[in-house]
Write a protein that binds this ligand. Structure first.
Ligand code: HEM
Length: 273
């Protein structure tokens, strides 16, 4: 019997020790959760791009409203959201912060393109922590005051409440979202590229180059979708929501407040959805 069969190599001995196995598994889980959330983000941005249609006033629901209705009619929606969205991104963010803090960028010594991508992956991650907190808490109606009220998403008036969200303050539509969308699309596309290496799928330089082209396409597609939604909602008219669909606010100072009901029905007298 060869010694290799009975005695693990020095490499195997080191790799199978507790901290290394944990580190290996955490890295894989970090990558997997990034991919799961990334898949969700692509669908999210594709649906948001349908906002280009704007709010309809002819009694028919907009394409965006139809998609939102489909999502909100899914059984066990809170369970689906928790398992496929909140838990993956929570783990990815917590471990990602540790990876960011312990990483050692070396662009000063080696200013290669790939090293800049590495730095930008971490810089975009930091932006995303704040952007996602603002986006989710704002949509859920956690912030107080007039801006907090306008930021709140109303599933039954999906298009109009999203228009109001983007126009709640000038800095929301012209600073926060352009930066947030750019950071999300870059982090997503470059993350998909590095995940090819993490999972051993793109080993050769040729494979990495081809996958790089596909990921550049993904970056362009998601960026166009995100910007389309942003520009369309900024060009649409902000307006009051029908009183019966205004969600309760959860922000400090106005918990349970349903906001001011609309002064008058909109021009066509129908629900702007
Ligand atoms: C839009 C939300 C996000 C998506 C879609 C996403 C997706 C991804 C993907 C697919 C990867 C590649 C994993 C790999 O190389 O195997 C990645 C890497 C990374 N993510 Fe995220 N992520 C998001 C948000 C965040 C946040 C909020 C943080 C918080 C700090 C973060 C930190 C990181 C870091 C540090 C890496 C690089 C890991 C490495 O090079 O080893 N990400 N992300």
């Amino acid at each position: 019997m060869s010694t290799a069969a009975t005695h693990p190599s020095a490499y195997e001995a080191v790799a199978s020790t507790g901290p290394n196995v944990r580190h290996f598994l955490f890295r894989r889980l970090h990558s997997l959760t990034g991919l799961v959330f990334g898949g969700y983000l692509v669908v999210h941005l594709l649906i948001n791009a349908s906002l280009v249609e704007g709010a309809r006033h002819d009694g028919h629901p907009s394409v965006f409203q139809v998609q939102v209705d489909k999502i909100h009619s899914l059984p066990f929606l809170p369970v689906i959201e928790t398992v496929f969205i909140y838990l993956p991104i929570l783990f990815h963010t917590i471990y990602g912060i540790w990876v960011t803090l312990t990483g050692r960028p070396n662009v000063q010594n080696y200013p290669y393109g790939k090293n800049w991508f590495y730095v930008l992956q971490r810089a975009s991650a930091v932006v995303l922590v704040f952007f996602m907190l603002f986006h989710v808490l704002g949509m859920k109606g956690v912030f107080g005051g007039d801006v907090g009220r306008a930021l709140t998403f109303a599933p039954l008036a999906a298009t109009q409440s999203t228009v109001n969200h983007f126009q709640s303050a000038w800095w929301v539509g012209y600073v926060v979202y352009p930066i947030g969308i750019l950071a999300s699309c870059y982090h997503l596309a470059n993350g998909f590229w590095t995940a090819g290496i993490t999972w051993g799928l793109t080993v050769s330089a040729h494979a990495q180059k081809r996958w790089g082209l596909a990921c550049s396409g993904l970056f362009a597609l998601t960026l166009v979708c995100g910007l389309l939604a942003l520009v369309s909602t900024l060009r649409a008219k902000a307006g009051p929501l029908p009183a019966d669909v205004v969600p309760e606010l959860r922000g400090p100072g106005n918990i349970g407040d349903k906001g001011t009901p609309p002064a008058a029905p909109n021009a066509a007298g129908s629900q702007a959805r």
